[in-house]
Structure formats: C-alpha cells, structure tokens
Unconditional design. Structure first.
Length: 150
C-alpha cells in the first residue's frame, strides 16, 4: 500500500472525527489535506470536490485578508486543476474569476496579473472553443452540493 493511500485513509479518519465533533475549522483543514492527497493520486474530480468542500466550510463573507488569500489560492488551484487536468476551460474560467475577485479584495497586484494571464491563456486555448459555455459548470455545483459565496 502506497504512502499516499495511507495518507488518504488517515485524512478520511481525521475528517470523520472532526465532523463528529463539529469542529468546522479542523474539518476544513482535513478536507484541504484530503484534496491535496487526491490530487497527488491523480484523482482530480475527488480533489476538486474536496477543495469545494473546504470553501463551503469558510464563512460566506470574507472577514480578513488571510481569508481572502485562502480563497484566492484555492480558487486558483481549482482553476489550474480544472483546466489542466479535467480539460474544462469554462469551469476553470469561473474558478479563476473567483480567485481574481479575492485577489482584488486583497489588493495583490502581482497575483491579479498572474490570474489575468491564466484567463487570457484559457480564452485563447482550443479547449475554450471546443465546448460551449454553460454545459460544464453543473459538475462543480453537483460536486459541491450547493453554491459558494465570495
């Protein structure tokens, strides 16, 4: 059994304990770790689901620059995962736009430029033109079990 699989089992056990105890902060941390493990195991849809669950456990309104940075990083990671691994340009664009919104709230010009560059690359890619917009974002909403607020 690989070390990554053992990490996955450990994360799932931790997650179950924190869910049982009602510790939302530790549950968020456990989902984030589980997402990272799934990504390393090339289980990209499971990773996407866990990242979305981490965001659903965050407060609906950003309360600090630290939270805005977390949103920006996770949405950026979701954008990269969705575009590069799941080959979905339209969902990736939605994630990058949410990352950009958080970066604007932070006032982080460098991060904003990085995200804008990613958005430009996506819109010029063959993936952008290969599928009409609107048909793929249902997967993310289904995975997350509901909408996310930024």
């Amino acid at each position: 059994v690989s070390e990554q699989m053992m990490q996955s089992v450990g994360c799932r056990i931790s997650l179950s304990v924190f869910q049982f105890l009602g510790d939302r902060r530790q549950e968020l941390v456990a989902f984030h770790r589980l997402a990272t493990v799934y990504y390393s195991l090339h289980m990209y849809e499971m990773a996407e689901d866990c990242y979305l669950k981490t965001l659903s456990l965050c407060p609906p309104w950003l309360q600090s620059p630290k939270e805005a940075l977390y949103y920006a990083k996770v949405y950026y990671r979701l954008g990269r995962l969705t575009f590069c691994q799941l080959k979905d340009a339209h969902d990736a664009t939605e994630y990058f736009l949410l990352a950009l919104a958080a970066a604007v709230l932070l006032g982080d010009e460098e991060l904003q430029d990085t995200i804008r560059s990613r958005l430009d690359n996506i819109c010029q890619s063959p993936l952008w033109h290969s599928r009409p917009s609107g048909c793929s974002s249902e997967r993310a909403r289904w995975l997350s079990g509901g909408g996310l607020a930024l």
